[in-house]
Design a protein around this ligand. Structure first.
Ligand code: SF4
Length: 356
């Protein structure tokens, strides 16, 4: 078992700046760490993007509330249940229910109804919820309804940088506090950042990795920043190749820093490179989130441009990704929940104490 060692911010920055053969060496090292600590299995989370309504206005996002060009939708209870059943049949032992951020009581009730329905019919299915910041009491209700995992991306761990990407009403502190609350309730906690986003420095990214470690995050989904045609940052000078390289180095550095967490090979990588997800697996990632959202809604969940898989059916996505995983030398862990080993260790040591 690989031991965690302290890596200074400067050393992380140096890792992130690597390119060419040096970057490949870094990713190979990270891949060996992953093999030693969590093996070569790839775990699946069937992604159900059940609504693109959002109360926020993040400057980089295609479905922010002020973008009137987006066609809005919310899937029905029955449609979501059908997606969950598909995930079960497909061998995804885990689903991610994702939407824009809403805190109104109707939305909260609907989410709880859906989760209760999935748990009643598919009790073994692990559920990750990703619906943004909520009050402690709401998080607690979600947990009691059967949600085991919660994904809340911090997007940037630098307060300065966070505020440049979000309107003033959105608070970095509140988001960080939500992560602490989620942990205290007992969730497996996921977070992540955007890589290569406007105004970001290498120091910010190194700080992001140190933040994941300091917060003892169980699962991480970091994706490259990919511009959206209607976002408010579109004039930023964007370099797709550099962003891809940086993203893969981030995955590798994080695996070396936190060997026993789950790290997603995010779909956004595929927007930059058709083999982006497989490259992330080779750099230390161990989780894939195949899209299980019905085709008729895919185009409308448009967080960024050039989203991959918007024309592939959930069945098509499944066979495509299984083939790619096997061709890349990894083992598709169908039917396995793939809880974060770091989380399991924490529970075993009884240090996941609820103090709500
Ligand atoms: S990033 Fe999330 S919270 Fe922000 S506008 Fe987009 S969907 Fe809403």
């Amino acid at each position: 078992m690989v031991k965690e060692t302290f890596i200074s911010k400067q050393a992380i920055e140096e890792m992130l700046a690597l390119s060419g053969p040096d970057a490949l060496d870094l990713r190979e090292k990270a891949s060996r760490v992953r093999d030693d600590c969590v093996g070569r299995k790839v775990y699946f989370r069937g992604l159900i993007e059940f609504s693109n309504l959002c109360a926020n206005d993040c400057f980089y996002c295609g479905i922010r509330k002020s973008n009137r060009k987006t066609e809005r939708y919310t899937m029905t209870y029955d449609e979501i249940m059908d997606c969950a059943r598909f995930c079960q049949e497909a061998g995804y032992a885990s689903v991610v229910l994702q939407s824009g951020e809403r805190r109104d009581p109707d939305f909260i009730r609907f989410v709880i109804k859906v989760v209760s329905g999935i748990k009643a019919e598919l009790p073994e299915m692990r559920i990750t919820l990703s619906v943004g910041e909520q009050d402690r009491e709401v998080f607690r209700r979600f947990y009691e309804a059967g949600i085991e995992r919660y994904l809340l991306r911090i997007e940037s761990s630098s307060r300065r940088h966070y505020q440049r990407l979000h309107p003033e009403v959105m608070s970095f502190e509140r988001r960080r506090k939500c992560l602490e609350v989620l942990r205290s309730i007992g969730f497996q906690v996921g977070s992540g950042v955007m890589i290569g986003s406007p105004f970001q420095t290498l120091g910010d990214l190194a700080g992001d990795l140190l933040f994941m470690k300091a917060m003892d995050i169980d699962m991480v989904g970091m994706g490259p920043y990919v511009p959206h045609r209607d976002n408010l940052l579109k004039n930023w000078n964007y370099d797709a190749e550099k962003t891809l390289e940086l993203s893969l180095n981030m995955v590798a550095a994080l695996r070396i820093m936190m060997p026993d967490i789950n790290i997603a090979a995010t779909s956004a990588l595929q927007a930059l490179d058709g083999s982006g997800r497989e490259k992330a697996l080779s750099a230390g990632a161990n989780v894939i989130m195949p899209n299980a959202t019905p085709l008729k809604y895919r185009q409308s969940y448009s967080l960024y441009d050039n989203r991959p898989c918007v024309t592939d059916s959930p069945y098509g996505c499944r066979s495509c990704i299984m083939k790619k995983i096997e061709e890349s030398g990894f083992l598709p862990a169908t039917g396995e929940k793939g809880d974060s080993p770091r989380f399991l260790k924490r529970v075993e040591n009884n240090i996941n104490v609820c103090n709500c």
